[in-house]
Design a protein around this ligand. Sequence first.
Ligand code: GLU
Length: 165
Amino acid sequence: MHSIAIISVGGTIDKIYFDAKSAYEVGPPNIEKVLAELNLSITYRVNSLMRKDSLELTDDDRALIAKAVAEEPCSRILITHGTDTMVDTAQALRNITGKTIVLTGALEPALFKTSDAVFNIGCAVGAVQVLPPGIYIAMNGRIFTEGKVRKNLALNKFEEFGDNP
Ligand code: GLU
């Protein structure tokens, strides 16, 4: 059994830009490249489930993601995902128990030098190994719990909300 199962569904983290008009496509999971360059002591397997900007994810897509997570034999699961609807997918996983699920992504493609992808992946890899079962989002240097996190579009960052932000 691997230490971590990784499921990629797309988002900016995997985007490849082609020209000055900013045409892009969502490419293969960049987390594979990022992790391959590090001398890691963990084992992992990457399942490239879909390649979509998260604004294009449908309820059916979220049902597919939930099915993949539910059927995954590994109990520690990292999902790379677009940030715009990451909270919605986290919510769609609510009924899955007994697994530690951490979603992360990046506000710039992992292929960009200034991208937050490597940092976010590092946070998520650490978090998924130590957190108790539950659903979490690792973004902006914090680990958020599902149901208490939203993306602040004006600030372009994730923030906690609820009783004790
Ligand atoms: N529309 C993009 C998405 O959510 C936003 C950027 C990103 O991936 O973080 O897929």
